[in-house]
Design a protein around this ligand. Structure first.
Ligand code: FES
Length: 61
C-alpha cells in the first residue's frame, strides 16, 4: 500500500497516475490495471491440482 496521490513512471517511459488517497501496487502482474492492484491476485487456478493428482495415480507400484 502506498499513500496517494501517486505518479508511477514505467520502464517504457509511460506514466500511471492515481489520485486515490491509498493505492495498492500490483506485485503479481495479474492486474488488468497494472501497475495498480485490482485484486486479481485473489483468483486461483484450479486446473493444476487435478492434473497433479492424476499423475500421482499413474506412478508405478
Ligand atoms: S497484487 Fe497483483 S492484482 Fe493484486
Amino acid at each position: 500500500m502506498v499513500q496517494g496521490p501517486v505518479r508511477i513512471e514505467m520502464p517504457d517511459g509511460s506514466v500511471v497516475e492515481s489520485d486515490r488517497f491509498m493505492v495498492a501496487l500490483c506485485v503479481c502482474k495479474r492486474s488488468k490495471n497494472y501497475p495498480l492492484c485490482d485484486t486479481s491476485h485473489r483468483r486461483r487456478r484450479r486446473s493444476g491440482a487435478g492434473e497433479k493428482a492424476d499423475k500421482l495415480d499413474q506412478r508405478p507400484a
